[in-house]
Design a protein around this ligand. Structure first.
Ligand SMILES: Nc1ncnc2c1ncn2[C@@H]1O[C@H](COP(=O)(O)OP(=O)(O)O)[C@@H](O)[C@H]1O
Ligand SMILES: [Mg+2]
Length: 260
């Protein structure tokens, strides 16, 4: 058990020999960060008390980087991802989408910008049941502008890339769980996003299918130069990203970094 993890906030000096980095390295410093959060706070009323879910979360994701976030159930992973996605607002702290101060934008303004900046993949897929796979992927493009031949070609190419060349005209109900999630991955990438946020994308899949979806997600994000923020319970999946973080007691802990 890495006892350093518990000490990370108390200690200011990085212990590189143990692979543990301290909070300074989580705090953004580089202008190359595509997604950057400092001091994010979120609380929810809980009866006559207040539940402090995020207590000052720092996170910087560089262009094209893959990062995993683990944490116990209820630790605030989905709350954090929704704030990073601009679907919810923090009670405090700053959030930058590239250089834009997202924390200063209204939810409406965030919605207008989200479709071109990031894509999301959820545990429950969230495909539109009445639309076939191709039309589901194209929905991402419709949200940000008119859909022409180039968008159709891109959607079809993405579906081919995720292994669904023979499934483009299938409705979600006609697809397996793994196939539905592949459609969701293609949809998330449709608008050439800088960032993909994936919230337990294998939570509804069997082990082998989950492994395949994670491998695919990492591959296509790399090919598309999209950064990936992967929330997962699965330690084997977390280890596949270049950097592994843990949300613990409302703060972000960086435990391992490979290849640096
Ligand atoms: N809208 C909400 N209102 C009140 N409490 C919430 C709300 N959303 C989440 N919570 C609480 O915040 C905590 C973190 O939730 P969540 O972000 O979903 O955790 P995780 O995704 O890590 O399992 C949980 O205790 C949850 O019950
Ligand atoms: Mg969650």
């Amino acid at each position: 058990m890495a006892n350093d993890e518990a000490n990370h906030s108390a200690s200011k000096s990085a212990d590189r020999s143990s692979g543990i980095r301290h909070s300074e390295s989580v705090i953004p410093s580089s202008a190359a960060a595509v997604l950057r959060a400092t001091g994010l706070r979120k609380r929810y009323p809980s009866g006559d008390q207040t539940l402090e879910v995020l207590r000052g979360v720092d996170l910087a994701v560089q262009a094209g980087e893959s990062v995993s976030i683990r944490g116990e159930s209820g630790s605030g992973k989905s709350t954090l991802l929704n704030i990073l996605a601009g679907l919810d607002r923090p009670d405090g702290g700053e959030l930058f989408w590239r250089t834009e101060a997202a924390h200063q934008l209204s939810l409406g303004a965030l919605t207008a910008r989200r479709g071109r900046f990031l894509g999301m993949v959820f545990q429950a897929y969230y495909l539109i049941p009445e639309l076939d796979a191709l039309a589901n992927v194209l929905m991402a493009a419709r949200v940000v502008g008119p859909v022409g031949a180039a968008a159709r070609a891109r959607a079809a190419a993405l579906l081919r890339r995720v292994g669904l060349a023979a499934r483009m005209a299938h409705l979600p109900a006609q697809l397996s769980g793994g196939e539905r999630q592949r459609v969701a991955v293609a949809r998330a990438l449709m608008n050439f996003p800088a960032v993909i946020l994936a919230d337990e994308p294998t939570g509804n899949l069997d082990e082998r299918t989950g492994d395949e979806v994670i491998a695919l997600l990492l591959e296509v994000c790399a090919e598309e130069h999209a950064a990936l923020v992967l929330v997962t319970h699965n330690p084997a999946h977390a280890k596949k990203t270049a950097r592994q973080l843990t949300l613990q007691l409302g703060r972000m802990v960086e435990s391992v970094r490979f290849g640096v």
